[in-house]
Design a protein around this ligand. Structure first.
Ligand code: NAI
Ligand code: MG
Length: 491
């Protein structure tokens, strides 16, 4: 590592307990679990291990806050103001929060500081501005009636998030819930509880009333499962693996909760020979390696038109071979460690499978260093559709490159997955671009770009990549119920 490069100081840890009804409390069982720094494999600290008893207390607080106000009954503009204040408090300590995220998650500081945190602020401010703009409509029905709809908060929202973007996922979930007047019980991922806990205190400091935001750290089947099954919860918003979503759907069946899911993907990133190959290679590189490959929308199947293959691969492998791995607190680090031992092992197993199946590893393929869960940026060339590395979500820095010649065949292959989260195409041919955008079965399509996110643009999946959308107006609607009111105008 270059010594001339700034290294950011490690943050101090302020909160490690459950945040329930505006108070910090240890888990009722007294149990704690370790959260690990994935770059060093060292324990950062112990965190309260919440389970059913803590979830019960948090739901009780959230239920009371929803049913009695003031949050749900507050002037909507006032709610918006408090949310803007929360965003301002986050901005005031943006460097510390970025450092906390990097410590717990391992992502490079320049990403947490300059990508994750700005998106957190955007999301909270976007929805803060929406708080006083949530309204129904008037509907001309048959007869002498006046009919209108109201959009009302869905109630207590149970929110379960993963570890890949801990703070951003918190903002995506809190933004629309708070704007619409819901109250919240959140369970952060067991790998990355720290930043979410800090945000809970900032919400309190901003004036969010007690009981409106509750955070219970803990494990999925215990804390998460109790939240999903709790009859006092109206809705579950979940981001994570599709297999977990299947369990959640079953667990939520008893109480018929509203469910929104944002799950995984095996997104096709298609490069036509007429594209700007420099940009396409850069887009494929970022689209897969961003966040150590731990992105639900990672462009993990790169389809390259055969006659552009060699030139594209030259450009791509130059990029991957120069990628800078190392201390995530160093400002010039581009790639940090994977989140934990389990993910590291899973990724290494897929690299092995790629080699066994006969794909050609043209870059990386091994562990980086001997401390921390680092994996070299890995590119497999000559991948075919049936290989495991072309079918399964690896959730790591492993790219599969496939080639194509026939356009209709390509579309069919791009859609040949049970996922449908994102897709991209690189071309100068406007007809091809539109044709792809229309025919690919995915919730987001990027043309000549990748990973462009905005709080105003809905995001979510077709098929087994999810239910419903987050962000934008659609994301807000998922936290509301529509109520139809009909008034007879006969005297
Ligand atoms: P996961 O889906 O098990 O975990 C996500 C969240 O769900 C965590 O907060 C976890 O504690 C919670 N959870 C787990 N089991 C639960 C249950 N029975 N009831 C309620 N909540 C539960 O994902 P995991 O195990 O961390 O990663 C496994 C794979 O999932 C990854 O390799 C990746 O392929 C995929 N994944 C996808 C993500 C995405 O953004 N789409 C994010 C994280 C993982
Ligand atoms: Mg799991």
């Amino acid at each position: 590592m270059s010594t001339a490069v700034a290294t950011i100081a490690q943050p101090k840890i302020q909160h490690t307990e459950c945040f329930i009804d505006g108070q910090w409390r240890p888990a009722m069982s007294g149990r704690t679990f370790e959260t690990i720094n994935p770059a060093t494999e060292e324990v950062i600290c112990e965190v309260a291990e919440g389970d059913k008893a803590d979830i019960d207390a948090a739901v009780k607080a959230a239920r009371h806050a929803f049913d009695n106000g003031p949050w749900s009954k507050m002037d909507a503009r006032e709610r918006g103001k408090i949310m803007f204040r929360l965003a301002d408090l986050i901005e005031d300590e943006i460097d510390d929060l970025a450092a906390l995220e990097t410590l717990d998650n391992g992502k490079p500081i320049r990403e947490s500081r300059f990508a994750d945190l700005p998106l957190v602020l955007d999301c909270l401010r976007y929805y803060a501005g929406y708080a006083d703009k949530i309204h129904g409509s008037t509907i001309p029905i048959r007869g002498n009636y006046f009919t209108y709809t109201r959009r009302e908060a869905v109630g207590v929202a149970g929110q379960i998030i993963p570890w890949n973007f801990p703070m951003l996922m918190t903002a995506w979930k809190w933004g629309p819930a708070l704007a619409s007047g819901c109250t919240i019980v959140m369970k952060p991922a067991e790998q990355t509880p720290l930043s979410c806990l800090r945000l809970a205190q900032l919400a309190k400091d901003a004036g969010v009333p007690d009981g409106v935001v509750n955070v219970v750290p803990g494990y999925g089947p215990t804390a998460g499962g109790s939240l999903v099954k709790h009859p006092g919860v109206d809705k579950i918003a979940f981001t994570g693996e599709h297999r977990t979503a299947q369990i959640i759907m079953r667990d939520a069946a008893e109480s018929l909760k509203r469910l929104t899911f944002e799950l995984g993907g095996k997104s096709p990133n298609v490069v036509l020979a007429d594209a700007n190959l420099e940009k396409a290679a850069q887009g494929a590189y970022v689209g897969l390696f961003l966040n150590q490959g731990q992105c639900c929308c990672a462009g993990s199947r790169v389809f390259v038109e055969k006659r552009a293959h060699d030139e594209f691969m030259d450009k791509l492998t130059k990029l991957t071979k120069n990628r800078k791995l190392g201390n995530p607190f160093s400002m010039d680090t581009e790639q940090g460690p994977q989140i934990d031992r389990a993910q590291f092992d899973k990724i290494m197993k897929y690299i092995e499978l790629g080699n066994i199946d006969g794909a050609k590893c043209v870059s990386g393929g091994e562990r980086f260093g001997d401390t921390g869960y680092f994996v070299q940026p890995t590119v497999f060339d000559g991948v075919t559709d049936s290989m495991a590395i072309a079918q399964d979500e690896i959730f790591g820095p492993v790219m599969s490159v496939l080639t194509f010649e026939d356009w209709d065949d390509l579309i069919q292959r791009a859609n040949n997955t049970f996922y449908g989260l994102a897709a991209a195409v690189w071309t100068r041919d406007i007809t091809r671009a539109h044709d792809f955008a229309r025919r690919v079965r995915a919730g987001t399509v990027w043309v000549n770009c990748y990973d462009v996110f905005d709080a105003a643009a809905p995001f979510g999946g077709f098929k087994m990549s999810g239910h419903g959308r987050e962000l934008g107006e659609e994301g807000l609607k998922a936290y509301t119920e529509s109520k139809t009111v009909t008034i007879s105008l006969d005297a």
